[in-house]
Design a protein around this ligand. Structure first.
Ligand code: UDP
Ligand code: MG
Length: 316
């Protein structure tokens, strides 16, 4: 390992930057390799960028990719993959929820020949019961629905070898779910365990709307199971209703039973109507992805790339 890129996506993290830098600086001294601190400013509108630029003036290891607006963490990480200079990468949150003290252990595992050393949470501090439960369900549902194995209770905090980085760079899809992509590329993976800390300052950028979006994207990008489920449900309902129809006809013809049952008719109609809308919705999700991918828009735009050698990236 020659150069380790420590990638930090940041979005309105002014309260965390200085503490984060102090921690990273401390840990980097324990490492034998050189480090690059690559901050991806994901359209922050507070003092985040100013603070990083200020630290950069006294520390040449820092590079900054300033994105043109807020794209979300998944895309910020993609930009980081394109701009990083190291031969090994670690992705870490700005709020110090991912403990930087794990870096030396991760480096050791990479040197042992692993390609993806991911940190798995054994517990989470300071997060609400609701967040913990939804997160628990999120990983389980994703694992059931998805066609690639998804590591449970694992965020984006992981160290990747050069092979894994190269593989990730080749994935050009617009609708990105990094958790799925990390699994998709394969290679030798190794879990290390840690207790997730509380955020040191500021607020989480996540809300339930974004989380649901991430979950749906995660499922639709990696699996066609929902489509299969629709077809199978349709088949079962058709068969069942055909059997029911036969029963009603036979009863009416041979036993002179009058056909009654407004309530049962209503519930059948409503159930089918609901199922049809749901199925159209699922189809729509897939169609939406096709729409988004066919536009072939660039995934992100960069406002500025600031690096210590004051060399500009030719793309900017
Ligand atoms: N983040 C980002 N863009 C966004 C939202 C978040 O780059 O649109 C960054 C954020 O600054 C932090 C990391 O992603 O460094 C994780 O975000 P957060 O702590 O809000 O998520 P949580 O830990 O609550 O899942
Ligand atoms: Mg966090």
């Amino acid at each position: 390992m020659k150069l380790l890129t420590i990638m930090i996506p940041v979005y309105n993290e002014e309260e965390c930057i200085n503490k984060l830098y102090l921690q990273l600086d401390k840990v980097s001294k324990l490492l034998t390799c050189k480090c690059e601190f690559l901050f991806i400013n994901d359209g922050s509108f507070d003092k985040t960028l100013e603070l990083i630029v200020k630290i950069q003036q006294s520390d040449s290891r820092i590079s900054i990719v300033d994105l043109s607006r807020n794209y979300g963490k998944e895309i910020a990480m993609t930009a980081g993959l394109d701009y990083m200079k190291g031969d090994t990468l670690v992705i870490i949150d700005a709020d110090l929820q991912d403990n930087p003290e794990l870096l030396p252990i991760m480096v050791k595992e990479i040197e042992n020949g692993y390609d993806d050393v991911y940190a798995q949470r054994t517990s989470r501090k300071g997060e609400s019961w609701l967040k913990k439960t939804t997160s628990f369900l999120f990983y389980r549902i994703l694992a059931i629905m998805s066609s690639v194995p998804i590591q449970k209770d694992t965020g984006d905090f992981r160290m990747l070898s050069f092979k894994a980085i190269q593989a990730l760079r080749r994935l050009g899809e617009n609708e990105r779910n990094m958790k799925g992509l990390f699994s998709f590329i394969g290679f030798k993976k190794k879990a290390i365990y840690y207790e997730r800390n509380e955020r040191i300052a500021g607020k989480t950028k996540w809300n339930y709307f974004k989380l649901i979006n991430l979950a749906i994207r995660g499922i639709t990008a990696f699996s066609m199971k929902p489509l299969r489920i629709i077809s199978v449900t349709g088949l079962i309902i058709s068969l069942a209703s055909f059997a029911f129809l036969l029963k009603v006809v036979i009863k009416a013809i041979f036993f002179g039973d009058p056909v009654a049952g407004y309530p049962s008719m209503m519930s059948a109609i409503l159930l089918l109507g609901g199922l049809q809308l749901l199925s159209i919705g699922v189809l729509g999700e897939y169609l939406g992805i096709v729409f988004s991918e066919t536009k072939k828009r660039p995934i992100y735009f960069v406002n500025d790339y600031i690096n210590s050698n004051s060399e500009k990236n030719p793309d900017v």
